[in-house]
Ligand binder design. Sequence first.
Ligand SMILES: [Zn+2]
Length: 296
Amino acid sequence: MRAILSSLLLLLCCCPKALVAEANPAWTTPIAPFRIADNLYYVGSEDLASYLVVTPKGNILINANLASSPKLIRASVEKLGFRWSDTKILLNSQAHFDHVAGAAEIVRETHAGNMVMDGDASVMETGARTDFLSPSPNIDRYAPVPVDRILHDGEAVSLGNVTLIAHKTAGHTRGCTTWTMRSHLPGEPAGTMRNIVIVGGVGFWSEYHFVATPGHPVSYPGIVQDFQHTFSELQALPCDIFLGAHGVYFDMLAKLKRYPQAGPGVFIDPAGYQAFVAQAQETFAKALAKQKAAAE
Ligand SMILES: [Zn+2]
């Protein structure tokens, strides 16, 4: 049952708009912000994740979400007692509209430096016009945002005393990014550090072509290798705290129910992380085999 449910969620949470997008109230429903680690907070909605990394030199925001989301994100940041104008760097999980459409407004308001993985930089600078699926009813256009720094696989983003590593986990988008950092959790013994993984995205839908057929090329050259690299990369990442671009990736709402008693430790879930990656890899392998069989 759990396997059926999680494969259903994998299909639903990777943003085929025709299935979920504007009809998904969890994308726009506010949720009280909460602390995950000493310097890491959740400032997104019920399902669209945004993370605030706080440092003595200003803050890093991961994911601007929908065009309508900045107001919600800002309210959460300020409710936690931080200043919106202290947002110095804007990062993202992937250049689909549900994670970056609000970026233009956030950059305008905060003057944050916009840092984007190489495969997604042109997508963001063109407001999704260069997305490999575009034009598509599932790929909403958004306000283009200039990129201040193009990131490459394995590069570090540092501010104050914090360093995040950008892992290129492409396929879902060409620059889909999984962020990792190490941090201490409130309530744990001093010196105990946890490996935090924020999964960028692993899903796809029927518009993704992994196998070329006459008159119908693959979605982009190397898409299969990108997905395969993504799964091996994710499997290899040390993970204590399992997070992602959508709350459904890591069962956020269920874990939050235990948060008032158990605290941020509810997000310690290395087994759930490995199960999520294994499930995604199996879903991909099945789709690839099906497309190969259909092409013969
Ligand atoms: Zn997406």
